[in-house]
Design a protein around this ligand. Structure first.
Ligand SMILES: [Zn+2]
Length: 112
């Protein structure tokens, strides 16, 4: 629930930056590794915006894949079966490249 509340804080802050523009749609990117359950987040968001100034807000939630970057060949690959080896060259020397993020990817605003 607190995650949903911080998402709405971010949406409101962005709206304030645009002179109180009404936000009609918000896109979220949730990393596979973030531990956030997308369906329960969506439910919490809908509960929190009901009967508020954000009631018309629609959410598009996108799951961001767990990725790593190879230090040997610079390939960024999607980790499957929790295997950290590079899928292009097989090197085990790889670093985290994504999958734990939780961010707003876009907002659609209606100017007042
Ligand atoms: Zn590689």
């Amino acid at each position: 629930m607190s995650i949903a509340a911080s998402v709405l804080d971010a949406v409101r802050a962005e709206s304030a930056l645009h002179g109180g523009a009404r936000v009609t749609r918000a896109g979220l990117r949730i990393g596979e590794l973030s531990g956030v359950a997308v369906e329960s987040l969506r439910f919490c968001l809908e509960v929190l915006v009901a009967d508020t100034d954000l009631a018309a807000l629609g959410f598009e939630i996108e799951l961001a894949p767990w990725t790593r970057r190879c230090r040997a060949c610079a390939t960024v690959f999607h980790v499957t079966d929790a295997r950290p080896e590079c899928t292009a060259c097989g090197s085990g020397d790889t670093e985290a490249a994504g999958g734990d993020q939780m961010e707003l990817s876009f907002l659609e605003l209606e100017e007042p």
